[in-house]
Design a protein around this ligand. Structure first.
Ligand SMILES: [Zn+2]
Length: 345
């Protein structure tokens, strides 16, 4: 009887000592002179490699097995891209004295494109943009030309072909007989080259802001008919507004007709490409002779507040890490707080 009481008492003392030792180990800071083992970082669960589920064969009623199904292909990561920089070019020249804000040289254009490639931007076609073929966080650039100058075929196309960069041309369909402008035959050759896709820049280069909507829309319809007649029906209905002058009401009317994209020039009040009505607007940057590409790219990036969506996600991640650090610091402060003497009483 006495032994049993002693054993029970000894067990209680042991448990109390073990708990006390555990508490001390857990709460006391590690002295500086001892080597410490630190876990620097742990991969988040989302990065852990999960082996794909093995395909399984199922038995058919006659005892044979069904063919093993292939596991589904890993989907490409989808999500918002980074920055999208849209070049707006017009005419080209090989004569330096003829350069203007709307006329650059082949070498200057090559330099623009080499610079943006060096910044990590990838070329993107308008069609890929509309199909949403964009990788999350990736920066892209789109090359566009307005009006339809002959040099688009003679100077721009060979350069773009050499560099493997697609482009879109917005042609003034009423200007194909003018000097220095592409004829319909040349536009067919340009289209058949596979580098350019061709869309509308209205029939008469009409200023939408200075025209009644009905008149402007009629001009857009004429351009669509001419393009369809000479080049076949384009895959998408896309309009580049002449001089970037657009009206909200004409966009709404054309969107109702199936227009899926409107190209304008850089303007301060339409920065959201996807606005409340779901009208997609491409804001383009005019790139003149010897343009300051780093400045233009930075200006374009600043429209988003963050440089890229990747930068935005990085900022969110940094805020999360900072919050965790703060919680850890508060816990350390609690564990290492100065001991308060027990009141003696
Ligand atoms: Zn134009």
């Amino acid at each position: 009887m006495k032994h049993r009481v002693l054993r029970a008492f000894a067990r209680l003392v042991f448990i109390a000592l073990a708990a006390g030792a555990f508490w001390l180990l857990y709460t006391l800071p590690v002295p500086e002179f001892l080597p410490t083992l630190r876990v620097l970082s742990l991969a988040p669960a989302s990065l852990a490699v999960t082996p794909p589920a093995l395909p399984r064969a199922a038995a058919l009623p006659d005892g044979t097995l069904t063919p093993v199904e292939q596991p589904p292909e890993e989907p490409e990561p989808v999500g918002p891209p980074g920055d999208i920089f849209v070049f707006m070019y017009h005419d080209l020249t090989e004569d330096l004295s003829q350069t203007s804000p709307w006329r650059t040289t082949v070498e200057s254009m090559r330099s623009d494109l080499e610079q943006i490639l060096a910044m990590g931007y990838e070329p993107l076609s308008l069609e890929e943009y509309l199909r949403g073929e964009l990788r999350a966080g990736q920066d892209y650039f789109i090359v566009t030309f307005d009006d339809g100058y002959t040099t688009n075929l003679t100077l721009a196309e060979p350069l773009l072909r050499e560099m493997g960069i697609p482009a879109a041309l917005f042609v003034i369909t009423g200007s194909t007989e003018l000097p220095e402008h592409l004829t319909w035959d040349e536009l067919v050759r340009l289209r058949d080259g596979g580098i350019f896709t061709i869309y509308s820049h209205t029939d008469s280069h009409m200023d939408a802001e200075g025209t009644a909507d009905a008149v402007f829309l009629a001009d857009v319809h004429t351009a669509w008919e001419k393009i369809t007649e000479h080049l076949g029906e384009p895959e998408y209905k896309i309009l580049s507004y002449p001089d970037g002058a657009y009206t909200y009401s004409s966009m709404v009317a054309l969107a109702a007709e199936g227009y899926s994209l409107f190209a304008i020039q850089n303007r301060p009040w339409w920065y959201k490409e996807d606005n409340d009505l779901g009208i997609r607007i491409l804001v383009r940057m005019n790139v003149a002779y010897e343009a300051d590409m780093p400045y233009l790219v930075q200006f374009n990036r600043s429209r988003n507040g963050f440089g890229t969506v990747a930068a935005k996600l990085a900022a969110i991640e940094a805020a999360r890490i900072a919050q965790e650090e703060a919680i850890r610091a508060a816990r350390t402060a609690w564990r290492t707080r100065p001991a308060v003497p027990w009141p003696v009483g």
